[in-house]
Design a protein around this ligand. Sequence first.
Ligand code: XMP
Length: 513
Amino acid sequence: MAHETVVVLDFGGQYNQLIARRVRECGVFCEVKPYTTPLSKIKEMSPIGIIFTGGPNSVYLDSSPKVSTEIFEWGVPILGICYGCQLMAHMLGGHVVEASSDTAREYGKTEAHFDTSFPLFEGLPEDAVAWMSHSDYMEKVPDGFVTAAYTENCPTAAIADTSRGFYGVQFHPEVNHTENGTEMLRNFLYKICGAHGDWTMGDYCKTAVTTLREKIKDGRVLLGLSGGVDSSVAAALLAEAVGPQLTCVFVDHGLMRKNEGDEVEAAFSKWDINFVRVNAESRFLSRLSGVTEPERKRKIIGEEFIRVFEEESKKIGAVDYLAQGTIYPDVIESGTGDAAVIKSHHNVGGLPDYVDFKEIIEPLRMLFKDEVRELGRELGLPEYLVMRQPFPGPGLGIRIIGEVTKERADLLREADAIFREEIASAGLEGVMNQYFAVLTNMRSVGVMGDGRTYDCTVALRSVTTSDFMTADWTRIPYDVLDTVSTRIVNEVSGVNRVVYDITSKPPATIEWE
Ligand code: XMP
């Protein structure tokens, strides 16, 4: 079943994925496409509406991104946001100019007045804060358009041509700082584009299961399961679709967190699938023996993972499909045509190309991370798997500074488990995006009971971030840190000192190695 679709045409702005997520949160499927996508391709998607995103350019420059004028003759409603609004105005005969500093240039939260007789603002307050970020403005609106909102400095904060269903907003409704922004998008979708809201995870799940069954038929599927959110949800979906034909290979390299291997295994025991857990701790640790250089450790772990995976797939025999947990942010093309600055996170060092398979299946490639989590819930995965924080493929190997040994990994596992337990019991799990313990290679003097100790230092790391490219260290309450520190020193033998990492990214990275 095809879903009602909205196309988000990407002009290179910074909030473009956010627009798509908001639209989907409103129950309408949408896809982000570069502005260079030919109109014929867009028409093939039969969208019920189009959104032009913001972007860093000025529409009046010849070199700026444009669209084919035919898009305005097609009869599909369009919402232009920021650059997208100016583009529509410019291409339809309005006049966009650079704002001088004392006129309509606006940045940040701005009081705006909305004409609520327009469907875009229907049912919303007349006065509200809008998030602005523009140095150009519409001096004259195109014929057929009228002004639908204004601010003190900008007479054209929103424009509308109700007869054609064309709307433009100078501000960013997708950003939380814009009051009622999501409601405005909802109005565009439901009141202007006529959406019915057929994008729910329950529906998606049913459709995806049927589609996967039709595609795979009686073929065999192999999935490398890391225990992370994406591969776990991909496994659950495939298990639901083609259960016995699926083999999940979970390589336990001995560098997982406490109980993690058992938890992953338990979560998948309810499905009728072939679950192969390879306990490869000793071979990983023996290859890591004596190695202290971080990049060398990463390479060894990545390589060894592939070797194990290779051996296991040979045992399984002919496999038709290789499944991967790729998600939508990994596949969106950049709107500007420039190389997208996306940090590639290879789960455990890339996938092997030796497996003799017909095709790669990526059942999550249309979903955002929050949708993947929702789908996981829909499929009955436990909350601790669905809400799992990111965990690097090389695991504790890059959180143990210096040599990785079983003793040191066990020590870190205990310290890390205490940290996670205390964060959970303080109800702070939702406050930070990633938190863990690091075993440093430092020893220091302490005193316990009446005796001198000369033991290890454990560092705690916690960050708040939306994209993991930049991150702020989390302001954990002192009393929580105190409990964690006391427990670690008392309960984990070999540790006599706990420190908290108060460095943001940049200049530090989230992981220590
Ligand atoms: P850094 O340390 O670069 O980490 O600030 C950013 C995010 O990426 C995760 N990370 C990895 N994830 N394989 C992964 O799957 C890796 O090799 C890897 N290295 C870092 C890290 O945990 C953080 O969330």
